[in-house]
Design a protein around this ligand. Structure first.
Ligand code: CP3
Length: 343
């Protein structure tokens, strides 16, 4: 299927573009009343994630309603620990929760080994196939997974946390166990992302939401090492590594074998460009809180961001996921400003 709008893929590869492509992390979700309507018919978040027809429907909503240049498959990073034998629940107003956690060898040994990823995550692959068909070539489709360090954090902690101190504790008390778990997550993630490409994903993103809680040395040993293994196995695909908060590691991220780096709003576009040169596309990085501002503020801040680009290798996005109480009208102002900007 020929893509009608492939700006996003061209920007990944550093090919010529006539304007900057734009999409938003977490665009398929609670900001849209149309999403909440689908969700309210179901028992909850998990049923939505696990029913391919519904997942495809909410994946396409932001393409119809917000006019973004890419769709991201509606799923969650936590489907990977579940496939490994650690089921999760999504508790309303609280977030993810795991009954079992991995903090010892005995617990690690309870995880399922040699799993058939395509079978266990068939519902995501089916959602990708349906979405691809229903998008009918309008925009590219993004597949994703959590980076091993972030998935490790949820498997050890069992829930969200401000400090993830149980996870960081394990790096000091049992680094061998930590590496074993990270390796297993890495192997499953490689298989999972490869199957997403086969099912129809045009590009991939790795979310390392908790990269910023590790010091530089530890992120090299417990984070980047595994990300490098993943990107080396997928070097054919346009792939974004989004290591939120990993400012001290930008130089190392620049050496990864991927097309694109995602930046959060604390990272400087121009300083990062100096580090990476023209070897990478940069994605990001408007502060999500800008979208609480007036239309004038949104236009001004968006243009400021666009003016800071010294290269055409850019994909415009927020510096993290869009907050659920943002008015979709404000998102449209952001998108329109990017689309009307002449490069
Ligand atoms: O539009 C998209 O970006 C696609 C869908 C998507 C979701 N989660 C849907 C979701 C993606 C890419 C994710 C990634 C994800 N999930 C990350 C990495 C990105 C980031 O935000 O740092 C993380 C850390 C998770 C884990 C997770 N899932 C948490 C901590 C929570 C609860 C907090 C929250 O935002 O409510 C979720 C739930 C979740 N994942 C929702 C959505 C739309 C909200 C659930 C609902 O509809 O009630």
């Amino acid at each position: 299927m020929e893509l009608k709008n492939d700006l996003f893929l061209r920007a990944h590869r550093g090919e010529p573009i006539e304007r900057y492509p734009v999409w938003l992390m977490r665009q398929a979700g609670r900001i849209l009343p149309e999403y909440r309507a689908v969700r309210s018919k179901l028992s909850g978040f998990k049923e939505l994630v696990e029913t391919p027809e519904y997942a495809a429907e909410v994946t396409i909503q932001p393409v119809d309603l917000l006019d973004v240049d890419a769709a991201i498959i509606f799923s969650d990073i936590l489907v990977v620990p579940e496939a490994m034998g650690l089921p999760y629940e999504m508790i309303e107003h609280k977030g993810p929760w795991f009954e079992k956690t991995i903090r010892s060898e005995e617990q690690l040994n309870l995880l399922d080994q040699n799993i058939n990823v395509e079978e266990r995550l068939a519902y995501v692959l089916e959602a990708l196939k349906i979405t691809k068909r229903e998008l009918n070539g309008r925009v590219p489709l993004i597949g994703f997974a959590g980076a091993p360090w972030t998935i490790f954090c949820y498997m050890v902690e069992g829930r969200g946390s401000k400090t993830f101190s149980e996870s960081r504790k394990l790096l000091y008390t049992n680094p061998v166990l930590a590496h074993e778990l990270l390796s297993r997550i890495t192997d499953v993630t490689i298989q999972y992302l490869k199957s997403q490409l086969v099912a129809g994903a045009d590009a991939l993103q790795l979310f390392d939401s908790w990269a910023g809680i590790l010091g530089k040395e530890q992120y090299t040993e417990f984070g980047l090492k595994y990300i490098a293994k993943i990107v080396d196995s997928l070097s054919e695909a346009p792939l974004t590594v989004f290591s939120k908060g990993a400012i001290a590691s930008l130089q190392d991220l620049a050496h990864l074998n991927c097309t694109t780096l995602g930046l959060d709003w604390n990272m400087s576009i121009s300083e990062t460009r100096q580090l990476v040169g023209e070897s990478k596309t940069l994605q990001g990085n408007l502060d999500p809180c800008v979208l609480y501002g007036s239309d004038v503020v949104i236009e001004k801040e968006t243009i400021k961001l666009l003016n800071s680009f010294e290269s055409r290798r850019h994909i415009v996005n927020l510096g993290h996921g869009v907050y659920p109480d943002i008015d979709p009208k404000k998102v449209k102002v952001f998108i329109k400003t990017v689309k009307n900007y002449e490069i």
